[in-house]
Write a protein of this length. Structure first.
Length: 397
C-alpha cells in the first residue's frame, strides 16, 4: 500500500457574476471539444482507422484557427486538453472491455465540469485562483485540507440544482493502515433492513427517496405544467426538482459514508455478495427501492476505504444460496420465498432469514480466503461472475 493516498476534497463555493460567466463558457467549450473529438474518432473508426490523443490535440489547434470555433481561444486551454485526455481514457476503457462506447455530452443532461492542472490555477495561503479569472474563488472551507497539501488538479463543477463545487486532488498523509484486528463480519444487504450483519445487528433502511416522495411529486407536477421553451419559469421549476433530488442524494451519501467507515474501522475482513444490481433494477416492482438503497455505492465506498486502511473486502458469488442454507447443520432448503422471514431447520434451529444469510456469507468468504481463491472479483470480469463460486451439495435423502 502506498504511504500517501491521493484524495479529492470537495467544497462548495459562490462565484461572482464574472466568474460564473467565465466558468459557464468553459463548460460549454469543454463539451464542444469533447463532442468534436468523439465525432472525429468515431468517423475514423468507421474507416477502420485509429485516432489517438496526440492527433485530437492537433485537431484542437486547427479548430481554434477557424472562424467558426475561434471562441475556443477565449477560455483556458488546459480544461480543453483535459477533455481530450478524458476521451482517451474513455476509449481505453472501451477497448479494454471495461465500459461501453463513449457517448456525446448533452448540454442539458451531462455533468458540467472543467478540470485544471497546476499550470492553470494558483493556490496560495488557502486562496484558489483559476486561469482567466481575476479574483480567488469564495470557497466554504467546511473541512481543512491536509497540512502542507498542494493540489495537483482542481475540478470545478455545477450540479443540476445550480450549486457550484470545487474539488482539489492532493495527497493525504493522514490516511494510514489501521491496527490489525481479528474481527470479521458478513454483510447481507436488503430492502426491509439496509444491512444485516452476521453478528445479528440490523441496520434500518432510511428510505431517503420515500421520505421526500410527496415533495418530489409536487415539484415534478409543477414542472410538467410548464410549457417547453417557457424560459425562466420552466428553468425555475426544473431547479426545484433538482434541489429535491440533491437533498435525497446528499442524505443517502452521508449515511453510506458513516456506515462504511464504521464497518472498515471495526473489522479486518468484510464479506459481501457480488450482486448484479444493474440486472436487479430491471424488476419494475423493486427498481425504485433498490435504487434508493444504493447497494453499488455501498460496495464502492467499502472497497476503496478498505484499501486505504489495510482491510480486506471479500465478495462471494451471487448465486450462493445464503438464505436457504442452514448456518448450523448445512441443510439446504428446496425453496425460500421472499415473504418467509423466519424459518425452522430440520435440526431444530430457528433462523432469522437475513441473519442466517449473513452468517453463511461470512463462512463461505473466510473459507474462500483460506483456500486461496480470488476473493476480490473485478466488476469487469467477463460474464460478471465472481472468482469465488461455492456450490453447496444437497443433503442426501
Amino acid at each position: 500500500m502506498p504511504t500517501h493516498v491521493k484524495r479529492a476534497f470537495k467544497y462548495r463555493f459562490y462565484p461572482t457574476d464574472a466568474q460564473a460567466a467565465e466558468l459557464s463558457r468553459t463548460f460549454g467549450c469543454v463539451r464542444k471539444v469533447y463532442n468534436l473529438a468523439l465525432a472525429a474518432r468515431t468517423e475514423a473508426w468507421t474507416r477502420q482507422e485509429r485516432v489517438n490523443y496526440n492527433q485530437t490535440s492537433a485537431m484542437l489547434t486547427a479548430w481554434k484557427k477557424t472562424e467558426e470555433l475561434a471562441y475556443l481561444n477565449e477560455v483556458s486551454a488546459v480544461p480543453l486538453q483535459q477533455a481530450l485526455r478524458h476521451l482517451q481514457t474513455a476509449f481505453a476503457n472501451f477497448f479494454g472491455k471495461r465500459a461501453k462506447y463513449p457517448r456525446f455530452k448533452s448540454r442539458k443532461k451531462s455533468r458540467k465540469s472543467a478540470e485544471y492542472t497546476t499550470s492553470a490555477f494558483r493556490f496560495r495561503d488557502g486562496r484558489l485562483t483559476l486561469a482567466k479569472t481575476a479574483e480567488p474563488l469564495d470557497i466554504v472551507w467546511s473541512r481543512p485540507l491536509p497540512e502542507g497539501a498542494s493540489p495537483s488538479t482542481v475540478t470545478v463543477s455545477q450540479d443540476a440544482a445550480g450549486r457550484w463545487y470545487v474539488s482539489l486532488l492532493c495527497e493525504d498523509p493522514s490516511v494510514q493502515p489501521l491496527a490489525p484486528t481479528d474481527a470479521a463480519v458478513g454483510v447481507d444487504v436488503g430492502l426491509g433492513h439496509l444491512l444485516t450483519l452476521s453478528t445479528g445487528e440490523k441496520v434500518s433502511n432510511p428510505r431517503h427517496e420515500r421520505r421526500d416522495r410527496a415533495r418530489l411529486a409536487k415539484a415534478q407536477r409543477r414542472l410538467a405544467r410548464k410549457v417547453k421553451g417557457d424560459g425562466a419559469n420552466r428553468a425555475k421549476a426544473r431547479r426545484t426538482v433538482a434541489r429535491v433530488y440533491a437533498r435525497i442524494t446528499d442524505r443517502r451519501r452521508d449515511h453510506l459514508h458513516k456506515l462504511t467507515t464504521r464497518l472498515v474501522r471495526e473489522n479486518q475482513t468484510i464479506v459481501i455478495e457480488d450482486l448484479a444490481v444493474r440486472n436487479m433494477v430491471k424488476n419494475g416492482s423493486l427498481a425504485r427501492a433498490i435504487s434508493d438503497a444504493a447497494w453499488s455505492d455501498f460496495r464502492s465506498m467499502l472497497e476503496y476505504k478498505a484499501q486505504w486502511y489495510g482491510r480486506e473486502v471479500i465478495a462471494i458469488d451471487r448465486w450462493f444460496p445464503s438464505s436457504k442454507l442452514c448456518s448450523v447443520c448445512g441443510t439446504l432448503q428446496d425453496k425460500m420465498p421472499l415473504h418467509v422471514r423466519e424459518w425452522t431447520c430440520d435440526c431444530g434451529t430457528i433462523h432469522d432469514r437475513d441473519v442466517n444469510a449473513a452468517k453463511n456469507i461470512l463462512a463461505v468468504g473466510l473459507t474462500a480466503s483460506v483456500c486461496g481463491a480470488g476473493v476480490r472479483p473485478q466488476r469487469s470480469t467477463p460474464g460478471g461472475q465472481s472468482a469465488v463460486k461455492q456450490k453447496t451439495p444437497r443433503r442426501e435423502p
